[in-house]
Structures are given as structure tokens and as C-alpha cells.
Design a protein around this ligand. Structure first.
Ligand SMILES: [Zn+2]
Length: 447
């Protein structure tokens, strides 16, 4: 949408990235993530936190042995382990070594962060603020993933990987972390971290994403949450091989800078009613092209005044925004939509409505709209629409003032899946379906 909801963090913080230090996140203050609808019950996290040190030790052990096997397999070279004395926990009273110099790095520069330093070949993390916060908020697996990401940078140093923008180095490190996470899950590695929670990984990327509006070509850019999640899923789905190929075949990056000072300055969302007003013709237009002129949705009706007499899709993302097959009407509860808008911005609310159009499209194709598989297809079709909007080709071709995406919008989409996507396979699987449509179009969703 033309405006993004998320408050815009100071862009100045992004410039403070040293050329040899590779921090976990570019901003000193992470963006706020929505509440996480995952299985990480507070009790579980508390139980895990009693032995945070053992989680770190077990993660490090496993990363060393996993890379000792992966590096020869994928890069045909032997792995040189990172010695214990170059795995450094730091705090305000015990700051990390300087990266590329003598003495220490001032704690203030790296507070709440973690980084790999290529000059000293060391990984360092804030054990005072970062790890306790991650563990409290997401559980131990988030801590393990931070280490896996930083390890990815150590691998880049060992393989002399050169990519022409930091965003590719960062997403490749995320990809490596995804490949490692799959190994932990599939090889049933005992890390004393509880089960691998992919949805926690999603929520974590919302925490460490760049703030909206970062130009991905700028030094220090890490990618928005959508890009980082995409990379993580690349690794999770296709393994370390895929990550290695980023060097010759980098992934599509969706992060964009603000298109104008005005857009940067406003930083707010479109109002909800305006969002709905703009969305309807855009969704109608998109689906009429995809469905050869057919129009899957005849009307959009708010509130419970009218109900669906026939079959409804049951709500793809929420129960109270539904598509009704008997009259091709989208019904939505205003309060529910407002809550989503408040939590996840205009694109979050728009995506929930777009999902109803996706059911309409499936109905038009003579497919089921009610099963779990149908909802997965709807997630995918919603992604195909979002991809079309993001690329803006249709808007340009048709010369209408169709909607466009603002920096931050796709991350609102990730946030929506994180907060609403606990059903039907979980947020991670649903984002994967959305991405499939986003990158491959409607045909990939219904094949
Ligand atoms: Zn990094």
C-alpha cells in the first residue's frame, strides 16, 4: 500500500556499521515484533532458560561438526573450526575485542547485537542483553539461530565468498541458518533446546529486519523480514547447496527505499476504509486477468447483518472474514479487520481481504474452498496477487492508479501470518505457500 504502518526507525543508525564487523541486525534498536502465536509457552521458555549456557555450548558443538561435513560436501574444502577462544560472549563490563585493531570495541556500539569479525575470525554476542531477551521472548532456539547466522559469515570468510551487497551476505547467512535448522529438525539433533520451532524463526526475523525504507544496495543492509525469511526458507527447503549458489544466482530482494521524502516523512498507513476502497478494484482487476474476465467476488459486505446461506470458506486467515460460495460475497467483521489493521498495518488487513478473493478465485476454478489444502492454495494465490502488486507491472501497463506496496508492507504480511497463521500447518508453512505464489504466480498455486 502506498503507506506503511511501522514506525520508521532512525536511518542514521544504519550507517554505523563497520566494514569488517558483520552484526546480526543493522539497527541498534530492533523493530518491534508482534506477539507470537507459537507453541513457545512461557513455561517452556522458562524451563529452557535455566541452562542457557548448555544450549549455547551444544549449538556451537553441533555447528562445528555440521560444517565439518557440509563444507567438504558443498564447497569441496575442509572446514577449519572456529577455536573456542574466538567464540566470545560480551557484556558492558566485559566488552568484545576490537575488530581489526587493538583493545576492545565499546559496548555501546554492539549492545543488543551479535557479530562476526573477519579480521580476527571471531564470533561475538551480547550475553547481557541480546541472548537473555531472545530467550525470554522466543525461547532457546532463537539464540541458536543467531549463532547459526553468525557462523554463516565465518563460512563466507572461509570460502572467500564475495557478493556485491551486504544484503546478499546477510541473506546467505540466513540461508545457511535455515539449512542448519533443517538438519537439527530432521537429524533429530539433541540440543536441549526443545523442539525446533520454525514459527519462532519467523518472529525472530521480524525482530532483526531492517526498518522499512532501507535501500538494499547500501552498506549494512540486511534485508526486510520477507527477504530474510525467504532466504531462511531457501536453506530449510533446499539445503546448503542453494545458499552456496547465492554467489552466482542471488535471490530476488524485495526491500526498497522510500520513493520520496514525502513517503519517508509520512510513514503511516492508509486509513482502513481507504485501504478497502483501493483494494477492491485492484483485486477485481487482478483476478479478471487471471481468470479470463471472470469476476470471483460480486460484493463485499461488512458486519454480521447478512450471513452466508451456503458454503463459506470458513475464513482463510480469520474466522470472521469469509468468502461465501453461494452468492460470491465477501463478508467481513469490521471489528476483526480493525484489530488486524492495528496489529499488522494496512497490508495486513488487505491481505486478509485478498485471501477471501483467493477463495473466490478457487471457487471460480471449480476447486474446493473449505479444506486445509484449499486454504494453503488461497495463501499461495494471495502471494501471487501480492507479487503482482509488488512488481507494479500491471499498474504500469493499465495506467490506473492501482495500489502499490510501501517499504514495510511485505513485512506486515509476515507479521500477519505470525500472529494469525497458527492453524493449517503453522505460520512457517503458510509463509512458504505465500512466497510460492509471490515468486511463481497463480499457476504454481493450483498445479
Ligand atoms: Zn549477519
Amino acid at each position: 500500500m502506498p503507506r506503511a504502518l511501522f514506525a520508521i526507525a532512525s536511518l542514521a543508525t544504519l550507517l554505523a556499521v563497520g566494514s569488517t564487523t558483520v552484526p546480526l541486525a543493522s539497527a541498534d534498536t530492533p523493530a518491534s515484533a508482534p506477539s507470537v502465536a507459537t507453541s513457545a509457552a512461557p513455561g517452556t521458555a522458562a524451563a529452557q532458560s535455566t541452562d542457557g549456557a548448555s544450549v549455547i555450548a551444544a549449538t556451537i558443538d553441533d555447528l562445528q561438526s555440521w560444517w565439518a561435513q557440509q563444507l567438504p560436501d558443498v564447497y569441496s574444502r575442509d572446514y577449519e573450526p572456529i577455536p573456542d577462544n574466538r567464540l566470545i560472549a560480551y557484556s558492558e563490563s566485559d566488552p568484545p575485542p576490537a575488530c581489526g585493531g587493538r583493545g576492545t570495541t565499546p559496548y555501546q556500539e554492539v549492545a543488543g547485537n551479535a557479530f562476526y569479525c573477519s579480521e580476527g575470525d571471531f564470533i561475538a554476542w551480547d550475553e547481557q542483553v541480546l541472548f537473555p531477551r531472545l530467550e525470554r521472548k522466543f525461547g532457546s532456539f532463537a539464540v541458536a539461530l543467531v549463532l547459526a547466522h553468525e557462523w554463516g559469515h565465518a563460512i563466507q570468510a572461509r570460502t572467500n565468498t564475495s557478493l556485491n551487497a551486504t544484503v546478499y551476505l546477510e541473506t546467505q547467512a540466513d540461508c545457511f541458518a535455515g539449512s542448519w535448522a533443517r538438519h537439527v529438525e530432521h537429524d533429530d539433533v539433541s540440543l536441549s533446546i526443545g523442539r525446533v520451532d520454525r514459527d519462532i524463526a519467523l518472529a525472530g526475523f521480524l525482530e532483526f529486519r531492517d526498518p522499512p525504507g532501507v535501500d538494499p544496495s547500501q552498506q549494512g543492509a540486511h534485508g526486510n523480514a520477507f527477504d530474510r525469511v525467504s532466504a531462511f526458507q531457501d536453506g530449510f527447503d533446499d539445503g546448503t547447496d542453494r545458499c552456496a549458489r547465492y554467489e552466482s544466482n542471488p535471490p530476488e530482494v524485495t526491500e526498497t527505499g522510500f520513493s520520496s521524502q514525502e513517503e519517508y516523512a509520512s510513514g503511516g498507513d492508509l486509513p482502513l476504509d481507504e485501504t478497502i476502497k483501493l483494494l477492491r478494484p485492484d483485486l477485481d482487476d487482478y483476478w479478471s486477468i487471471e481468470l479470463d474476465g471472470a469476476s470471483p467476488v460480486k460484493d463485499v459486505v461488512s458486519d454480521s447483518g447478512s450471513s452466508c446461506d451456503g458454503t463459506s470458506d470458513g475464513g482463510v486467515l480469520v474466522d470472521d472474514v469469509t468468502y461465501c460460495t453461494s452468492d460470491d460475497v465477501v463478508h467481513y467483521d469490521t471489528g476483526a479487520l480493525e484489530r488486524i489493521y492495528e496489529a499488522s498495518g494496512d497490508f495486513g488487513a488487505g491481505m486478509v481481504l485478498a485471501a477471501a478473493w483467493s477463495s473466490g478465485a478457487l471457487d471460480q476454478m471449480g476447486r474446493s474452498v473449505t479444506s486445509d489444502a484449499a486454504h494453503t492454495r488461497a495463501d499461495c494465490l494471495t502471494g501471487s496477487w501480492a507479487g503482482d502488486v509488488a512488481r507494479g507491472v500491471r499498474a504500469r501497463d493499465r495506467g490506473n492508479d492501482a495500489i502499490s506496496l510501501s517499504p514495510g508492507d511485505l513485512d506486515e504480511g509476515i507479521a500477519t501470518f505470525v500472529s494469525l497463521g497458527e492453524g493449517n500447518g503453522g505460520a512457517f508453512a503458510r509463509v512458504a505457500a505465500f512466497r510460492k505464489g509471490f515468486f511463481k504466480g497463480t499457476g504454481a498455486c493450483t498445479a
